[in-house]
Design a protein around this ligand. Sequence first.
Ligand SMILES: Nc1ncnc2c1ncn2[C@@H]1O[C@H](COP(=O)(O)OP(=O)(O)OP(=O)(O)O)[C@@H](O)[C@H]1O
Length: 261
Amino acid sequence: MSGANEPIIEICHLHTRFGNAVVHEDVNLIVQRGEIFALAGSSGCGKSTLLREIIQLQQPESGSIKVFGCEVQGMGGDQATIMRRRLGVMFERGALFSALTVAENVGMPLREHTDLSSALIDEIAAIKIALVGLPESAGSKFPAELSGGMRKRAALARAIALDPELLILDEPTAGLDPLSASSLDELVRHLKELLGLTILMITHDLDLLWGVADRVAILGEGRVLGEGTMKDLSKSDHPMVREYFYGPRGRAAWEQTWNRK
Ligand SMILES: Nc1ncnc2c1ncn2[C@@H]1O[C@H](COP(=O)(O)OP(=O)(O)OP(=O)(O)O)[C@@H](O)[C@H]1O
């Protein structure tokens, strides 16, 4: 695995607007290999839009987005396919195909992107299902038969099906009860270590920010308002950043974190 200081995502002077509404005025950030980088910020500040731009589901107005050193805007054909193989995405609602079993869902990227035999795909799917802590029996179930936490794990298994270098998680713990959320936190950290992943995640979950993220960028007012470890950010003077730490939810998460240590 390469060392630190190898940018995996580089966003430079990104500007995005919908009609007259400017979402990103001038966003700049770098995600380094091997880190868990979280994007936080109030609702509507443009986190999901940024994620969609990184994975080419949306076009910014101007600026640059490089993933693995290559500009993604205008990237097409084989280069785009190769890039997509190197990254796994878990969407907020899991986005599993309801008519397919968990094993078929997890095997889907392998069917799309490789020439592996069905038997081998089934074997790899079973390994990924075990890796995310689901029982073997979950493979033959349909998404609707699983709990919310199990569905997130199944979506995670699918996101790592192709052994990505970069894993993008959109609100991984949204909608989970605190116990399931905290076991998912542990799983994310465990997978990062085990698979040598770089992880970019969008989250509002303060426990995830404090407990799992190596660095955090807080988006707001069309730009990155603050960036660093949660400890660094807790010293920021910016009122919107301070709200994260010294608003009621922020204080509770802070206290919980220090009590755990
Ligand atoms: N396709 C679109 N057309 C028009 N406006 C859009 C579109 N997508 C997003 N927006 C607007 O852009 C802004 C940013 O949306 P986005 O979903 O990126 O925010 P967010 O930070 O992810 O919010 P949340 O935390 O609530 O998910 C919002 O005001 C949203 O209404």
